[in-house]
Design a protein around this ligand. Sequence first.
Ligand code: FES
Length: 580
Amino acid sequence: MMERKRKTADELRSARWFGPDDLRSFGHRSRMMQMGYSAGDYIGKPIIGILNTWSDLNPCHAHFKDRVHDVKRGIAQAGGFAVELPSISVDETFTKPTSMLYRNLLAMEAEEQIRCHPLDGVVLMGGCDKSTPALVMGALSAGVPMIYLPAGPMLRGHHAGKILGSGSDAWKYWDERRAGNISDSEWLGIEGGIARSFGTCMTMGTASTMTAIVDAMGLTLPGASSIPAADSGHIRMSSECGRRIVEMVWEDLRPDRIVTEASIRNAAIVAMATGCSTNAVIHLLAIARRANIPLSLDDLDALGRTTPLIANIRPSGKDYLMEDFFYAGGLRALMLQLEDRLNRSALTVTGRSLGETLEGAAVYNDDVIRPLSNPVYPEGSLAVLRGNLCPDGAVIKPAACDPKFWQHEGPALVFDSYPEMKAAIDDEALDVTPDTVLVLRNAGPKGGPGMPEWGMLPIPKALIKQGHRDMLRISDARMSGTSYGACVLHVVPESYVGGPLALLRTGDIVRMDLPRRRLDMLVAEEELAARRASLAPPAPKFGRGFGWMFSQHVMQADKGCDFDYLEAGFGPTVGEPDIF
Ligand code: FES
């Protein structure tokens, strides 16, 4: 690799704020003095912004309040100057109606925080589902050197001798409670035992999938995504992020050299091998489009067909959780298994190639991280369906559903809203059989609004009591990465904008043929045309504010649900404004 020229202090971006002998710079320096800083503290040093998504309502990032000091320590040790910039904490648990409504808000905030401030590089502190893609999308658009610091998964859940997995076991035991099989005290024990430490969900849900994706993309220190939040190694990783970002500034190692077609493809392969969350599809498409890199649903389907699922982590895997994955060697060990399929020359934040960062990686438990010769599933992390119900695509996770549904035909039971579904689903007189196809519409990006995680529709109580635990379900919603079952998601176009899902009626026969990647309603075209002609335009979801802007600009799931005006190539590149 050709040696690149290191930056000089005069070339730092922050020097524009503090260097010149003019009135503006006088003001900037004077206000730094107001905060107690002398020139020697920061002049001529890389100024590193730490975008910290900590909040009192984000249990997954609870440790960031302390961890940020370790990042600052590393920055100072390497000769940089740290500034902490609180950023909106898009947590998965408490944000309503859905955190997805705010992913793009955080992405915009990250981009503008970076652009408007005297920053030479940034450390992005995130981890809970949407925070990872949001921070990366924003920082990619801003373009300064960046390193991603993943929050790390929480410890395994535990109750009464049972290991509990985030989300997955909540759904599982909730069904048992609905069936009358779990007492109040047992339920309380599960409530207290399923989230035992700070950190992100410890199944291979959206958080672990997305942090693995940015790790494989080269945006974290190698293997950082696998370190449990409560492990002292997480503290050491945090200070190393601080040291490394300072060097990245001097090396002018910008994200456009790291996020390339090769690294996006590497990330997609790794996602498939981990049995990734379906949400990864949306976020990966959005990240690629921010970086102006071609990636389509069909590309992901092709990788899903050819990539074995080798991480035996719930919910797609059977037995283990992220803590086990870390002890088994973590993401570097998983990538070692995939080495021949990955582009080893892709650059990482270390300044070294992906191949170089895998040196010394090893698998310590080959039941957790399987060899390619003994996968959990030979294929099937994700499949993309098309048909007259979803002409622009829909997504399913074959490995997480009962194989008897892979080819299925049954009558639709259609709900127009989540409250309507919720009110009906526990009615034991509901007209439903195990072959019924449950359908929820008006749950997409514009209709939800924000595409909530409603796609794992509950099994009707009448069927739960008969022992049924899976059925074919279809929606334009998303589902949690910790969910499972025969759930077709992300139907595009969504029903709210007049997609064919809006034409389906209760009793219509729906057919899914997963091997052929088809999803159709068996309704005559003339009948569909008549129904289409009688569709009334839906009422607006928002009259003002961010929600209104979201409704105007959010794109469909096959394009990653970014705002149209934030994508690469939306308008001409104008560079940094001359604001001084
Ligand atoms: Fe934060 Fe699952 S709720 S990662």
